[in-house]
Design a protein around this ligand. Structure first.
Ligand SMILES: [Zn+2]
Length: 247
């Protein structure tokens, strides 16, 4: 069982040990800006073989970031990492919604990081909120041809395009409350689904923020939704993560 998307650099010490105690066999630590890229690299080195790194600048955090520095850190550390991410587009973000120049800059960050992923031959972890169609279109033009549409809650016709293009989709404990995420996960075949937490995220039923160990919740929800034994979903999603990230 692998948490394929956690903002580990934003989480307190101790969550890695708790993930191990909960039976997780690995964590993919994603980054969102240049500071968390450094934090991710530190965690990868500290927990080698257990914490797997993804570097990149998030579509809601690019405003004060240097694109050239982001591309440089992705290229320079590609051999130590398993993915480029979290990258993508977020057309619902308040600074992008009404500002064409900001939106253009967000797209530039996404496209250049997709190209860097292709260049270093790593899969991408994609945030696509409110921009699902453009995310798959640009990934198909510029990306490495493999990756995951993380926390996919977009329309089902775009889900078809995402799956046809060979991408995985992932789900989080938010399945508990999100009809969009549930509908997408019912439709996506199990051999293309990954589980994750996107931690830290507030989980209402737990009354606290999530951490990687909570990927067990995601697993349970997905098994219920698919009407399959937990063991089958555990095996399939672990295999999917190992295949995509080569871990
Ligand atoms: Zn995330």
């Amino acid at each position: 069982m692998i948490d394929t998307h956690a903002h580990l650099a934003d989480l307190p010490e101790g969550v890695v040990e708790r993930a191990k105690a909960a039976g997780l066999t690995g964590i993919v630590a994603v980054s969102a800006n240049l500071t968390t890229c450094e934090g991710t690299l530190r965690l990868v080195r500290e927990h080698r073989g257990y914490v797997h790194g993804a570097l990149g600048v998030h579509p809601t955090e690019f405003f004060d970031q240097s694109l050239e520095a982001a591309l440089e850190i992705i290229r320079a550390n590609a051999r130590e990492c398993v993915a480029v991410g979290e990258i993508g587009l977020d057309y619902w973000h308040k600074l992008v919604r009404k500002d064409a120049a900001m939106k253009e800059r967000q797209r530039e960050f996404y496209i250049r990081q997709l190209q860097a992923a292709r260049e270093v031959n790593l899969p991408v972890s994609i945030h696509s909120r409110g921009a699902w169609g453009d995310c798959i279109e640009l990934a198909s033009c510029h990306g490495p041809g493999r990756g995951v549409f993380h926390w996919y809650s977009g329309p089902l016709d775009v889900l078809d395009e995402v799956l046809d293009a060979g991408y995985y989709v992932s789900c989080t404990p938010a399945m508990e409350l999100s009809p969009e995420l549930r509908v997408a996960m019912v439709k996506a075949p199990l051999d293309r689904v990954l589980i994750e937490t996107d931690s830290p995220v507030w989980i209402k039923s737990l009354g606290r923020e999530s951490e990687p160990a909570d990927v067990q919740l995601t697993l349970r929800h997905l098994a219920e939704l698919k009407g399959l034994p937990m063991a089958d979903v555990y095996a399939a999603t672990t295999r999917n993560a190992e295949t995509l990230f080569k871990i």
